[in-house]
Design a protein around this ligand. Structure first.
Ligand code: NDP
Length: 448
């Protein structure tokens, strides 16, 4: 069967067997179409039904998470862990706690994670998990009780050589601490390598907190340098104000850029003098407040309700770091009209398929999530290495390795795009480079 025909057949099966799962269907479509040139060169992948196998999770676990709130009432949430592919190493991927979480979102994130983890060059497979639990407005005790109930089921399926979860939206250092504490209690053993993103006093890695945001900026800087530009003197807009957005802002500023806007799910702030990131860290990391509180400290800045309008601000570089689908076709067109030069994705799948098309048709340098935000999981794998060695590396050592990894990812994606006749198409290059390593491993390991 011809490559194009084969991909169409697999996509139609995905549509049929995953009804209503828009995020998952979009993610698989984006990847599979870009693999057509690979399949033309490697008909053995078609013969081995490799695509049908790679789009089917190896295991999906869905479970009840009952817990008691501070008023003594019983609440029930749904927990997920999708173990997608372990061809190149133990399952690895974050946990997301957000009311929007459903099976489609966890599957799309897990699917993307396979290729992202492969791109890091480290031996980690792909997985994702989470819950529709909303951590916003919950007390510390409620968060702890929820995390304990979540782990009371999840512990059966994870382990340092089996599946290693980490954080994502709504899951930061506090949640990982509670999850790890309860895992240890249930298993009666100290197994640091079972979770990453841990506190520094119990096996966490220096620079893990910063890694996704820093890595994103290192990746974007590679894209810029390759086109005779840099962050220096550029105007940058970043969405979100969580872990990824905060450290992307910090690193972009260190490299001489001016970050003028950040957002949360209520709205965005604009500060023409450049955002004071320490004020944001105090609001978001310490007080867990809303971004509009920035106005109380910097009264000359502006606040606008609604987060999508952030893309109407004129900028040279846009770094979407909030959530999936946040840049649609219309926002992409506005960015292009305002002459954006680089869009690099800190969040997972923040640009819709139509938005990506707009960027590609207008020569905007586009850094796709699975390459540009791989610094977080890469550093998580470095945390696993340190746990196995029972050693802690310095911040500088980890940061240096992170920078090298991001540079390698950029070079590999660029090379793959050139090899398959699409120079400059980093999205296609990332899909191909990530896929090839997993595909070869699956071919070698037989039908499992
Ligand atoms: P956080 O929970 O720390 O922050 C998320 C930020 O995005 C918050 O500012 C949040 O605002 C905002 N946000 C969430 N949902 C929406 C929405 N529907 N509309 C607008 N804004 C929203 O998460 P992270 O920073 O860790 O993750 C951000 C993105 O980066 C996600 O896509 C995640 O998958 C991806 N990522 C994260 C990695 C990591 O290491 N943390 C690694 C790789 C990717 P509010 O406070 O109002 O909810």
């Amino acid at each position: 069967m011809e490559a194009k025909q084969y991909v169409e057949k697999v996509l139609s099966k995905i549509n049929r067997t995953n009804p209503g799962e828009k995020e998952f269907i979009d993610a698989t479509k984006e990847v599979l179409i870009s693999l057509i040139p690979v399949l033309e060169k490697h008909p053995e992948f078609i013969k081995a039904s490799l695509l049908e196998r790679i789009v089917e999770p190896e295991r999906q676990i869905i479970f009840r998470v009952p817990w008691i709130n501070d008023d003594g009432e019983i609440e029930v949430n749904r927990g997920f862990r999708v173990q997608f592919n372990n061809a190149i190493g133990p399952y690895k991927g974050g946990l997301r706690f957000h009311p929007s979480v459903n099976l489609s979102i966890i599957k799309f994130l897990g699917f993307e994670q396979i290729f992202k983890n492969s791109l890091t060059g480290l031996p980690i497979g792909g997985a994702k998990g989470g819950s529709d639990f909303n951590p916003k407005g919950k007390s510390d005790n409620e968060i702890m009780r929820f995390c304990q109930s979540f782990m009371a089921e999840l512990y059966k399926y994870i382990g340092g050589n089996m599946d290693v979860p980490a954080g994502d939206i709504g899951v930061g250092g506090r949640e990982i601490g509670y999850l790890y504490g309860y895992y240890k209690k249930l298993k009666s053993l100290s197994e640091q390598g079972v979770l990453t993103g841990k506190g520094l006093t119990f096996g966490g890695s220096l620079a893990r907190t910063e890694a996704t945001g820093y890595g994103l900026v290192y990746f974007a800087e590679e894209m810029l340098n390759d086109n005779d530009m840099s962050f220096k003197g550029k105007t940058v807009v970043i969405s979100g104000s969580g872990n990824v957005a905060i450290y992307a802002t910090q690193k972009a500023q260190e490299l001489g850029a001016k970050v003028v806007a950040l957002s949360d799910s209520n709205g965005y702030i604009y500060d023409e003098n450049g955002i004071d990131i320490n004020v944001i860290k105090e609001i978001k990391e310490v007080r867990r407040g809303r971004i509009k509180e920035y106005l109380d400290v910097v009264p000359n800045s502006k606040y606008q309700e609604g987060c999508n309008k952030i893309w109407e601000i004129k900028c040279d570089i846009a770094l979407p770091c909030a959530t999936q689908g946040e840049i649609n076709k219309q926002s992409a067109e506005i960015l292009v009209t305002n002459r954006v030069k680089v869009v690099a994705e800190g969040a997972n799948m923040p640009s819709t398929l139509e938005a990506i098309e707009v960027f590609q048709n207008n020569n905007v340098l586009f850094g796709p999530a699975k390459a540009a935000n791989a610094g977080g999981v890469a550093c998580s794998a470095l945390e696993m290495s340190q746990n196995s060695l029972r050693l802690s590396w310095t911040f500088e050592e980890v940061d240096k390795k992170l920078k090298e990894i991001m540079k390698n990812i950029y070079n590999n994606t660029k090379k793959s795009a050139e090899e398959y006749g699409q120079p400059g198409n980093i999205l296609m290059g990332a899909n191909i480079a990530g896929f090839m390593k997993v595909a070869k491993a699956m071919m070698s390991q037989g039908l499992v």
